[in-house]
Design a protein around this ligand. Structure first.
Ligand code: FAD
Length: 502
């Protein structure tokens, strides 16, 4: 690819020097960027080798790879901030909580190493003491130091759930990560929902509850929404090449995806990466229309039009499908984006002067059938003060609660916390919630997934470039799909694709 012109580079700094400096965290850091990690200058009239749509982790990782390779890049971000599905919320005293993605775990090396390089440190998720299990009005506490769900009494169906999950792990080994639709039993697996599997593999209400809850927690959707083939792919993707994934690594804390947190909040990674990119990142610039012309693309945003050799679109497919394209997208790609919905989650957090549940030997982690927050965690800052209880309202519970007034949502979640952790949970200092379905530049979370039949007939459209437009974003990742780690990997993969083109 030929080097393009970047009209945002001025002040006597040559483009090459700027790129070198930016890659080393030098010159670009001195350029005027806002605390939200980008610039509000107009993008109009700029030219670049590559234009990246979206400044989540995927877009920022893509842009950094392009800049490091000595090419010019402009990132157009719809929101007035960077980070996309990761976002910090200050809670006083210099502490933050995350209202979007936050944890990492073993094998999530891409995001972990990037964070380390950017100077963002980690600390362990609080995981001391007993968990709470609440079903049919019965509350139990148990130690999580036995194998998965092993400490839950047999009459609650834990053994049966364990067998079902082991079966899913086993079936997932057949699924090729780069092409799940080529699995030997792809048609059979993509011809049914995850719920069909659960019904066939659990006999007791307790066993079914546990497996349903586990699957629902992965997607913030109901097992009836999700293709079994997508679930198997998702399980296998929860690991790297040397260490393929399994269900336990997705849902557990110790040794799994909820093991580790970022000091200063996960959004710090995006903010620091964006600061290094400097004025290449343009905020408040929703992209509305991408026009492919001979030899280049014209990307039209609310902050003007950027002309580039190639575009990398990093939005979840459901949002990528809302951009207008000229010429129009091939039918397969368009129909694919019609068929990959986002999950439904409200992340709810109550802040107390201290984590009082720890006094009673509780880890702050709970599962409950009544909801609305069926899964909770201790989300206190590293030094344990203030105390933060986090509850996830997911799937049908989020769909129902999202429509209720804010005061009703708060009351329902706090009642839920009282049931799990006692009366002291009723009166937090502050209550924070984020309903990601209401976010117009995300429209649901944690991730886009597919219903039956979609991977089989449309899967190939997920990553295949269309002319000069390349696709990234966590939904396109083959390792840790749906996670921050997958987002970073997908951005780098798309950048490599673009850099390999002439
Ligand atoms: C509540 C919640 C909890 C989660 N928990 C975890 C967790 O603990 N661990 C984990 O690893 N992952 C977690 N995730 C998932 C993780 O946050 C995402 O997989 C990851 O951040 C996705 O990054 P991305 O860059 O692919 O997409 P996004 O972050 O969605 O980035 C896309 C960007 O594009 C922008 N955009 C949208 N439309 C346009 C447009 N037309 N023009 C320009 N820009 C546009 C958006 O504003 C956004 O900034 C969670 C997500 C949520 C929401």
């Amino acid at each position: 690819m030929a080097g393009g012109e970047d009209s945002s580079v001025g002040q006597g700094v040559t483009r090459r020097r700027l790129i070198g400096g930016a890659a080393a965290g030098g010159v670009a850091a001195a350029l005027p960027v806002s605390a939200s990690g980008g610039s509000r200058t107009r993008a109009g009239g700029r030219r670049a080798d590559v234009v990246v749509v979206g400044a989540g982790l995927s877009g920022l990782a893509a842009a950094e790879s392009v800049a490091r390779a000595g090419r010019s890049v402009v990132v157009l971000e719809a929101r007035p901030r960077v980070g996309g599905r990761i976002l910090n919320e200050p809670i006083g005293g210099g502490e933050v909580i995350e209202v979007g993605g936050q944890w990492i775990g073993p094998t999530q090396d891409a995001v972990h190493e990037w964070a380390r390089e950017l100077g963002v440190e980690t600390f362990p998720t609080y995981n001391e003491g007993s968990y709470v299990y609440h079903r049919n009005g019965r509350r139990l506490t148990y130690r999580p130091d036995t194998p998965l769900l092993g400490a839950i009494p047999p009459d609650e169906g834990a053994a049966e759930a364990g067998v079902a999950l082991a079966r899913l792990n086993d079936m997932s080994t057949e699924v090729p990560l780069d092409a799940p639709w080529r699995a030997p039993n792809a048609a059979q697996y993509d011809g049914q929902t995850a719920e069909t599997f659960v019904r066939e593999n659990t006999a007791s209400p307790g066993g079914r509850f546990l497996v349903d809850l586990g699957i629902g927690a992965l997607y913030a959707a109901e097992p009836r929404d999700v293709s079994l083939l997508h679930l198997l792919f998702y399980i296998r993707a929860a690991g790297n090449e040397a260490n393929p994934g399994n269900f336990e690594r997705l849902i557990n804390t110790a040794g799994a995806a909820q093991e580790t947190r970022f000091v200063g909040g996960s959004q710090e990674i995006a903010l620091r990466a964006a600061r290094r990119l400097g004025r290449r990142v343009v905020l408040d610039a929703p992209v509305r229309h991408i026009v492919q012309e001979r030899g280049h693309v014209m990307v039209h945003s609310d902050r003007g039009t950027v002309r580039a050799r190639r575009a990398i679109v990093t939005l979840p497919p459901a949002l990528a499908g809302r951009i207008r394209y000229s010429p129009v997208m091939p039918a397969r790609r368009d129909q694919f984006t019609q068929r990959m919905p986002q999950g439904s989650a409200i992340k709810c957090q109550a802040i107390y002067d201290r984590p009082f549940w720890r006094d009673e030997g509780l880890a702050g982690q709970a599962v409950s059938d009544r909801g609305p927050a069926r899964i909770t965690f201790d989300n206190s800052p590293p030094d344990g003060g203030p105390g933060v209880l986090l509850g996830f309202v997911e799937g049908q519970f989020a769909r129902a609660l999202s429509r209720r007034p804010a005061a009703e949502r708060r009351a329902a979640v706090l009642e839920n916390f009282v049931e799990l952790f006692g009366e002291r949970a009723r009166h937090p200092l502050r209550y924070v919630e984020r309903d990601w379905s209401q976010e117009i530049w995300t429209r649901g979370c944690f991730v886009g997934f597919t219903a039956p039949g979609v991977l089989l007939d449309y899967g190939e459209a997920l990553r295949r470039p269309v002319g000069r437009i390349h696709w990234a974003g966590s939904e396109t990742a083959t390792i840790w799909n749906g996670y921050m780690d997958g987002a970073v990997r997908s951005g780098r993969r798309a950048a490599a694709e673009v850099l390999a083109e002439r």
